[in-house]
Write a protein that binds this ligand. Structure first.
Ligand code: AMP
Ligand code: MG
Length: 338
């Protein structure tokens, strides 16, 4: 299959929408990462998303909408708290898991009776949904297990020949996937996957925000994941990712120098000095910047031929929790504590 590279202009968005209507796959930019889109209500189109990604069938897709009225045909119930969150955070990187309407095929929801829904903030994404005239199911546009793509070129690296088109909207601002929540009761937000909308951001909207244990640790094989994606190894480049939990840069640097071998690199904070004798890249000092750069650096480290990457451990508050979670998943939750 030839994969068209389309531009973020009205004529190409129209072409992309025609492809979606015809049951084809189109990757498109969002404010988080690139999504791999298909008509969420077309079972065959949705099946081809799973095939193109190599994604396990029980890993549900997020359904993207361009206006709140579209919820009526996707969610069977809309609790007050969900509506308040939607009004506050949409369009934006918040996915709300709700009981699914019967019109949503089980292939889309990974066999669950719930469906994750969000309204993206990227204008090209919303224009595409609107023009297509249907909700668009879209997981991240990477091959399953690989880092999510934040540029059209990264999508092409993974998906060229497997999908009909990539709509190039430049580099994604956010860099990590959306925050995913469900509502345990009228007053409890359950954070399933951290993103740029943080637990702290959500706190004013509920009596409590409960952070799922899968955010911090690998679930035991017999535990049922509240969010199926959290049980799979994820986001990993070819290089082995090793987070190093050190009290400061000096301790990190001493440890890395003592253990440096051929092909090893460091991923440092912007404010860190170099680690003598070890090549490095940087990913920012604060959670938001680190989120923007993490997957980009993973792909650049692979391109540089890195075999092992020692990573300075990010913070775990605010947007930092999303970076920590992606890094830990990429590392299979193995940490070096110095
Ligand atoms: P991706 O689109 O690749 O970023 O993955 C979407 C992730 O959102 C899945 O891997 C799930 O962990 C989560 N998710 C989507 N829909 C649901 C749902 N109905 N229930 C729980 N988690 C969901
Ligand atoms: Mg993904």
């Amino acid at each position: 299959m030839r994969t068209l590279l389309l531009h973020d202009d009205p004529a190409d968005i129209r072409r992309a929408a025609d492809l979606i209507q015809a049951g084809q796959l189109v990757a498109f930019p969002t404010e988080t990462v690139y999504g791999l889109g298909a008509n969420a209500l077309d079972e065959d189109a949705v099946r081809s998303i799973f095939a193109a990604k190599g994604r396990p069938a029980d890993n549900p897709l997020i359904v993207h909408i361009s206006n709140i009225a579209m919820l009526a045909n996707l969610a069977a119930e809309l609790p007050d708290i969900a509506l308040r969150l939607a009004q506050r955070f949409w369009p934006g990187p918040l996915t709300i898991v709700l009981p699914k309407h019967r019109s949503v095929p089980l292939v889309t929801s990974g066999g669950l009776q719930t469906v994750g829904i969000r309204m993206p903030a990227h204008p090209a994404a919303r224009a595409l949904i609107q023009r297509s005239g249907c909700p668009i199911a879209a997981p991240s546009a990477n091959r399953s297990g690989k880092p999510s793509p934040t540029t059209a070129a990264h999508v092409m690296d993974d998906m060229k020949g497997r999908i009909s088109a990539v709509l190039d909207g430049g580099i994604c601002e956010g860099g990590v996937e959306s925050t995913v929540i469900c509502l345990d009761d009228a007053e409890t937000i359950h954070l399933l996957r951290p993103g740029l909308i943080s637990a702290e951001d959500l706190r004013p909207y509920a009596k409590q925000v409960y952070i799922d244990e899968a955010v911090y640790k690998q679930l035991a094989p017999d535990v049922k994941a509240a969010s199926p994606g959290m049980k799979y190894k994820h986001y990993a480049p070819k290089a082995k990712i090793l987070p190093v939990d050190a009290p400061d840069h000096a301790a990190f640097s001493d440890w890395v120098q003592a253990h440096a071998e051929k092909g090893c690199w460091c991923l440092l904070f912007d404010s860190d000095p170099e680690v003598p004798g070890v090549p490095s890249m940087r990913y920012g000092d604060d959670g938001k910047t680190q989120a923007h750069y993490l997957f980009l650096r993973f792909r650049e480290l692979d391109a540089a031929g890195a075999k092992t990457v020692y990573v300075r451990m990010p913070g775990q508050t605010g947007a930092g929790l999303s970076v920590y979670n992606r890094l830990m998943r990429a590392a299979g939750f193995e940490v070096i504590t110095v």
